[in-house]
Design a protein around this ligand. Structure first.
Ligand SMILES: CC(C)(COP(=O)(O)OP(=O)(O)OC[C@H]1O[C@@H](n2cnc3c(N)ncnc32)[C@H](O)[C@@H]1OP(=O)(O)O)[C@@H](O)C(=O)NCCC(=O)NCCS
Length: 169
């Protein structure tokens, strides 16, 4: 299977924040943002694998900045690393200022997707080629984040998480 660039999976979704999508403070409801990120990330994972993909895990979400009603929100997703059947997808969320058009980073998240066949069985996917400095940084950290996610899910013993343990050595 031929490796593919991270850039080839890049997915950008831009949308408004409508009244039905806000919390009592008139900011974007967290669950709505999670859904938008899940949609963009699943398209990125599908573009990389060209398979059916399912969300296996939400590894990390930062709600750093509230997103007010009426904002233009851009969700950018890219596969940061592919393993045997699973992919880490990094998501950056930007909010656009109405007057200046300047974009400010609002949130960030990391999701894991698994490529499956028609029966839901995990299936092998191509490797990722990381090119830019940011892609390389995210690629290099992905294995320890995968190990942390597996340990937290009870699917890996902490003693076997060698890449993760190396952080504390
Ligand atoms: C995701 C799913 C296919 C994994 O099935 P499984 O039986 O655990 O399969 P495996 O143990 O072979 O794991 C498959 C891959 O997922 C990875 N994985 C599984 N759970 C993970 C987790 N919590 N975090 C990170 N990676 C995980 C495994 O490490 C493996 O990766 P690799 O092949 O790249 O090394 C299965 O749990 C599933 O279908 N879940 C439901 C998905 C879904 O419906 N999502 C939407 C929620 S509403």
């Amino acid at each position: 299977m031929e490796a593919k660039t991270a850039e080839a999976s890049k997915t950008i979704m831009t949308d408004l924040v409508l009244p039905s999508e806000t919390n009592p403070l008139n900011n974007l409801f967290g669950g709505e943002l999670l859904a938008r990120m899940d949609r963009a990330a699943s398209i990125a994972a599908r573009r990389h694998s060209r398979r059916i993909v399912v969300t296996a895990s939400v590894n990390h979400v930062e709600f750093n900045r509230a997103v007010p009603l009426g904002s233009v929100v851009t969700v950018e997703a890219k596969v940061s690393r592919a393993f045997k059947t699973s992919m880490e997808v990094y998501i950056d969320v930007w909010v656009e200022d109405r007057e200046s058009g300047m974009r400010t980073k609002a949130n960030e998240a990391i999701y894991t997707f698994v490529a499956v066949d028609e029966t839901g069985t995990p299936i092998a996917i191509p490797e990722i080629v990381a090119e830019s400095p940011l892609e390389i940084e995210r690629y290099e950290g992905a294995l320890r984040r995968k190990q942390l996610s597996l340990v937290l899910a009870g699917k890996m013993k902490a003693k076997d998480a060698t890449e993760l343990k190396a952080l504390f050595a």
